[in-house]
Design a protein around this ligand. Sequence first.
Ligand SMILES: *Cc1c(COP(=O)(O)O)cnc(C)c1O
Length: 389
Amino acid sequence: MQNYGNRTLTLVRGEGNYVWDDAGRRYLDALSGVAVCGLGHCHPAVTEAIEQQANTLLHTSNLYNLPPQEKLAEKLVALSGMDNVFFSNSGAEANEAAIKLARRLGNERGFAVPKIVVTEGAFHGRTLATLTATGNPKVQIGFAPLTEGFLRVPYNDVAAIEKLAAEHNDIVAILVEPVQGEGGIRIPDADYLPRLRALCDQQDWFLMLDEIQTANGRTGKMFAYQHFGDLLPDVVTTAKGLGNGVPIGACLARGKAAELFTAGSHGSTFGGNPLACSAGLAVMETLESHWLLERAEKLGSDLLAQLKSELEGCAQVKDVRGLGLLVGIELDRPCAELVDQARAEGLLINVTAGNVVRLLPPLTLTDDECRQIATTVARLVRNFAPQDA
Ligand SMILES: *Cc1c(COP(=O)(O)O)cnc(C)c1O
């Protein structure tokens, strides 16, 4: 189908922080398959886990206990402070599980159409419920009717939600990204999540965090909410970096939210499959044993510092921002051409929200590669003439 447009690059191999095209050209990958291959390509620990599991047992369904699933669930629960896990095959499905938990709470409370508060600029996926939760008309146009039960407010605006709380008595949850990824690497005020937590406590709502892009070490913590001390969500979703390229998603829940799915109320044929869970376990263990969270934090601050200094005074640059290895450069106009310009220099980057250069390199980057990304991107951005030049 035509949904991915006209693709002009054919990648055939990857190793570490590099990928190669069908003509044998090498590219430094500053995108990691959109925040998926955080350990770089074909990481030996993940490859070994996949090989071993493929030789042992690929699939049995969720009618039986699955040791790899249980081990990964225990690991995620220990790392997150949550109580239990539902496994899916993708990010959108993990968010569907979160939305269904909120609906169950609302149904239990007798609300005809329980409401979930979502934000402008959010990205939550492409299924019907998650594209409704997404705050970007481009994702929604042509797919009416959308799903009922979502209320939208500006991102980083607690007062707007307090206002909703006064107007509606059937709200059950807030669903929000700790940093908006697709929306343009938008980082909220430091007190945003803590204030949302307090509001959810006060109103008896679930705080549901979409960490599909921000978890798995991307921001320098296993989960981005861990930048805020002992703050815990009621529900948190992860996917992208969890399998380093093997499709897997997870919806983690705590307290009341952890009890709402009863036998038969939700499921997935492939979710929690032994292959995906073995890969996920290898990813989590590698992130921990190689100190990659600390490394992501250091690399991220180096990358941000170099970009800021090289782009200082650049008229077309509106902002340079980031958290760990989730870095964005906001320009004063659309800049999709930069993707091709970087590619011509052997560097893969991305532009999101039209005018934000997005860098999501592997956490396994060397210092040299980190400097190389900053140097190349800063030069390309500097040469991208300002709007009114
Ligand atoms: C990518 C992403 C999703 C959707 O994940 P899929 O695996 O593509 O379904 C949802 N939320 C956020 C924040 C994402 O970055």
